[in-house]
Design a protein around this ligand. Structure first.
Ligand code: GLC
Length: 475
């Protein structure tokens, strides 16, 4: 079975969020004698040492509307996985990955160049194009539209995975020409959303199968509140929709081996976990005392992740006997706001507005609790990493958070965290307080940490589900 995994980001080359992480770990877990899975992404402004390892497979052209544009297909092998890169300096040799005024054109181009690029892969004709999020969402519809008479392409099936329906590639109708369409084409109905167009809408309608990154999220997006305008379209396709929970790479995230942390530890020697906490307290100039509960937020600082709730609850949280650390970058509103709050609560609050993987690992290792009060969460990876490091998640019951974190019940010693239902300051504080109360009982807390570390969130189970899904698609 041959699968081409199409994505806008993939670790170790480029990672902005969870997608980049999954685009690394899922293919790694799937690659086997049975599945030849390869990954394709844009050739961004990579460091020279990566560019030097790439081999050019072909130069060809594609069209943006009537405009002919150049494409290059590059390749390299990394840890046994074959990667392909679409090269066009104008579109991709830039400082950032997303956020440009011509993102519509850049990613339409990417999708078209991927489709045409298949011809230059020589030893590899995919059975399945596995596309991810809006950046690669034009692959399935454009394949249907422009390659309908091509026998090779007609046999290629498509899977579209929604990592986040809130980012669906919405643009004005003045984008249509880039797809070779004008307002009167019958296709346009399939893209129309409000006054403009939605890339994801077309992909949901035209892909053979659709998946989401947790089971709960697959149901949530059929409802109005979560579907971001596409709920009825998703519902229409519900027979072909499946939720498969993301996993994390247990080699990369391993408190026994992680080279980013000073004191390695396991379920059996949790004393060393506290040493990591003392190190953080020293490093961040917080009071050094192993018994003060340390709560961490590692997140993009955006509304989705519940940062508004944290802002509203800050005064209350700061009145508790805790240390709170926030790590992440995001909207300038939240960055500035939390930086300001840090000066106000300098004894208890630290805000690090960086995208810093090493610091993140140290915090996962050294903290006691991991707070993730998301408004919505397709899967969420932070809580999975936290569990692996014995750091107890406090989460809102939504999407993947609901599927992976269960309330701790001391009477039957089951569960792995603390959860709350409503998106409200009171509900969140209630579950923080529940966690803090249990924390006072050292033996009990050790049991909770061990339960957390016993959870298995590697890719084993979920990659099997993808395998079955792939088989079904080909059938
Ligand atoms: C998106 C979602 C996140 C998910 C990730 C990987 O970033 O917001 O919940 O974990 O994609 O699928």
């Amino acid at each position: 079975m041959k699968v081409l995994f199409v994505t806008a980001e993939a670790h170790p080359f480029v990672k902005v969020g969870g997608l980049g992480e999954v685009a690394y770990s899922l293919p790694k877990a799937l690659k086997s004698s049975e599945i030849d899975i390869r990954v394709i992404l844009p050739k961004y402004k990579f460091p020279k040492k990566i560019r030097k390892k790439m081999m050019l497979l072909g130069r060809y052209k594609t069209y943006i509307g009537w405009k002919s544009v150049d494409c290059e297909l590059w390749t390299l092998n990394n840890n046994g996985i074959q990667y392909y890169f679409i090269g066009n300096s104008f579109y991709f040799y830039r400082n950032d990955i997303y956020g440009y005024g011509d993102d519509d054109e850049r990613f339409i181009y990417f999708c078209k160049a991927v489709l045409e690029g298949i011809k230059y892969m020589y030893d590899f004709t995919p059975d399945i194009l596995h596309c991810n999020d809006w950046h690669s969402s034009m692959v399935s519809p454009l394949k249907k539209l422009y390659y309908v008479d091509n026998e090779i392409y007609a046999n290629i099936k498509t899977l579209f995975t929604i990592h986040n329906i809130a980012y669906q590639g919405t643009f004005g109708k003045d984008t249509l020409w880039m797809l070779g369409l004008d307002e009167h084409d019958i296709q346009v109905k399939k893209l129309e959303l409000n006054d403009g167009i939605s890339f994801m809408k077309w992909a949901i309608l035209e892909s053979d199968k659709i998946s989401t990154v947790s089971e709960s999220y697959s149901y949530e997006i059929q409802e109005e509140g979560y579907g971001c305008g596409l709920n009825s379209i998703v519902k229409k396709r519900k027979k072909d929709l499946i939720g498969i929970l993301n996993g994390i790479d247990y080699d990369i995230y391993n408190p026994e081996k992680d080279s980013n942390i000073l004191y390695k530890y396991s379920k059996q020697n949790l004393d060393s976990k506290i040493k990591n906490k003392l190190y953080i307290q020293r490093d961040l100039k917080l009071e050094q005392d192993g018994s003060i509960p340390m709560i961490t937020i590692i997140s993009r600082l955006v509304d989705q992740k519940g940062l508004g709730l944290i802002e509203a609850a800050m005064k209350n949280i700061m009145s508790l006997q805790v240390q709170l650390i926030i790590l992440g970058t995001g909207s300038s509103y939240f960055e500035n706001k939390f930086k300001y709050l840090e000066t106000k609560y300098k004894n208890k609050l630290r805000v690090i507005t960086e995208f810093n993987d090493c610091k993140a690992r140290q915090l996962y290792a050294g903290s006691d609790m991991f707070l993730m009060p998301s408004k919505f969460e397709p899967c969420g990876l932070g809580q999975l990493i936290a569990l692996r490091y014995g750091t107890i998640p406090i989460v809102r019951q939504t999407g993947g958070l609901k599927d992976t974190v269960k309330d701790y019940n001391e009477y039957i010693n089951s569960g792995n965290g603390f959860t709350f239902k409503e998106y409200s300051v009171n509900d969140m504080l209630e579950s923080i307080n529940r966690a803090l109360n249990m924390y006072k009982n050292k033996d009990l807390w050790i049991q909770i940490m061990q339960l957390a570390m016993d959870c298995n969130n590697n890719w084993e189970k979920s990659s099997q589900k993808y395998k079955i899904l792939y088989k079904n698609i080909i059938k």
